[in-house]
Write a protein that binds this ligand. Structure first.
Ligand SMILES: [Zn+2]
Length: 226
């Protein structure tokens, strides 16, 4: 039998974690609808900057005159600040993906908010006035959500995972999914990892940019739709 304390704990957990999950689903649905209605493609890159991969992506984007959104980690930005400065110089948008990529559900609300706040502080030189925050692993507790919102931070969700961290190697299914949906916010990662993964990220990015041009999708940074 669950006693009063158990019920209270359950309610607290639901409020802290289940409510933000529901809000996230609603936000993603809204994003997907907007992308489809206006035929928009957003390319978003997390966990960078990668000193090798990110400059290659910048060159690809430049070749198609497209702007993307990068969600670097504070600790990687400190290691490779020039890469981020170059991204900004080329007109790309920088959001925040926390300082150390802490998983909110595992480390708890207090440490999760500290991780987010540190990331925002580290990345401040590259962020806009109302910065976007993309929660590590897409996990966000209600307390951190409220604290961020209170500081004017917007949440930067996505609608389609490219599968680049799950071993995907063929860009065509992702391109087809974007075209079928009439637009999307695509999640990719620009940290330097295994060469096969980097090759896949570059291939998906290039194929999506070409498909967008051929099928009349407008490539915009996430801030334009979030
Ligand atoms: Zn991440």
């Amino acid at each position: 039998m669950i006693g009063a304390i158990g019920l209270f704990a359950l309610a607290l957990v639901a409020l802290l974690y289940a409510l933000p999950f529901g809000l996230r689903l609603l936000a993603e649905r809204r994003l997907a609808r907007r992308c489809a209605a206006e035929r928009l493609l957003v390319l978003s890159f997390d966990d960078g900057p990668g000193p090798t991969l990110t400059p290659k992506l910048l060159a690809l984007l430049e070749a198609e005159d497209a702007r993307a959104t990068f969600f670097p980690l504070g600790q990687r930005a400190l290691a490779h600040p020039d890469v981020l400065t170059e991204a900004v110089r080329r007109g790309h948008e920088i959001g925040c993906h926390s300082q150390r990529h802490g998983h909110s559900f595992r480390i708890g609300p207090i440490r999760a908010f500290r991780d987010a706040r540190e990331g925002l502080e580290t990345l401040r030189p590259w962020l806009g006035a109302r910065p976007l925050f993309r929660p590590p692993f897409g996990k966000l507790d209600l307390a951190t959500w409220l604290q961020l919102t209170r500081r004017g931070v917007r949440l930067g969700w996505w609608t389609l995972d490219s599968g680049d961290t799950a071993g995907a190697d063929d860009p065509e299914p992702i391109v087809q999914m974007v075209l079928d949906a009439g637009g999307a916010v695509v999640l990719l990662h620009d940290f330097d990892g295994r060469p096969e993964r980097s090759d896949y990220v570059l291939a998906v990015t290039e194929r999506l940019l070409v498909a967008a041009r051929q099928h009349g999708l407008r490539v915009v940074p996430l801030g334009a739709v979030a």
